[in-house]
Write a protein that binds this ligand. Structure first.
Ligand code: KIV
Length: 277
């Protein structure tokens, strides 16, 4: 159970039709919990911009933000492979810069792999990063760093031309050496077709059940957010409301001086107190 998940183990999962389980993690305690639960891959997604840092997109997330969170997650992950997202503008400017930043996420952050968005246009970059010994996960479909170009968060590749382009992108990423591919918010039939057409595992989010694995943002799965929930999210808990109840109880106890009780307090002998002046 403690053997670190590697790219070859994930390839074997696909060949044996074993489903890969991936979740996002942004800090040490959550990484430790998910790792102990048996999650195969932890994604330090740039979704941390929305989920943890309070931005309304992933665009403002920097390399320094990523490194800070990747380091914390790596301290908590014994078995799970840690994949670090390459933030916006850390890989688009030049291949050399992409290589340098991918290297930082492994060397300084401690991740085992990086993820970047884009298909054919990113193939040369992926190839150089992989050649340097850095495993790469591709990301196609709804690519949040391009939200301003995509015109919002909506299902991608619904018409023939866009679906063919996505399939071509997937093949190009495989040829460039990516070891896995995230498919976000695309029709399930297309995700099935992609998964059957390439040899590397696909990991879906809003891409149906035929992918080789699934990923969700941990805050969505736990119901930690009170706002909008995308159709593809299954909320396994409503921790937002549960935590709100607990915090209201604490507020009430503090105001009514019910907390701390004797049980949570320390004692000193009265004889000592009497000597104090
Ligand atoms: O940043 C992220 O959390 C992601 C997932 C949505 C796949 O890229």
């Amino acid at each position: 159970m403690n053997n670190k998940i590697t790219t070859s183990i994930l390839r074997q999962y696909k060949s044996e039709s074993r489903t890969i389980v991936m979740l996002t993690a942004y800090d040490y305690p959550m990484a430790k919990l998910l790792d102990e639960a048996g999650v195969d891959m932890l994604l330090v997604g740039d979704s941390l911009g929305n989920v943890v840092l309070g931005y309304d997109s992933t665009i403002p997330v920097t390399m320094e933000d990523m490194l800070h969170h990747v380091k914390a997650v790596c301290r908590g992950a014994k078995r799970a492979m840690v994949v670090a997202d390459m933030p916006f503008m850390s890989y688009q400017i030049s291949i050399q810069e992409a290589l340098k930043n991918a290297g930082r996420l492994l060397q300084e952050g401690g991740a085992q792999a990086v993820k970047l968005e884009g298909g054919i246009a990113m193939a040369a970059t992926v190839q150089v990063i992989v050649t340097a010994g850095i495993p790469v996960v591709g990301h196609l479909g709804l690519t949040p760093q391009s939200v301003n170009q995509l015109g919002g968060f909506k299902v991608q590749a619904r018409d023939e031309q866009a679906a063919q382009k996505l399939l071509d992108d997937a093949r190009a990423l495989e040829t460039a050496g990516a070891f896995a591919l995230v498919l976000e918010c695309i029709p399930d039939g297309l995700a099935r077709r992609v998964s059957e057409s390439i040899h590397i595992p696909t990991i879906g989010i809003g891409a149906g059940v035929a992918c080789d694995g699934q990923v969700l943002v941990i805050h969505d799965l736990l119901g930690l957010n009170s706002g909008f929930t995308p159709k593809f999210v299954k909320k396994y808990a409503d921790l937002h409301h549960e935590m709100m109840d607990v915090i209201q109880k604490y507020i009430g106890d503090v105001k009514e001086r019910k907390f701390p009780s004797e049980e949570h307090s320390f004692k000193i002998a009265d004889t000592i107190l009497e000597k104090l002046y």
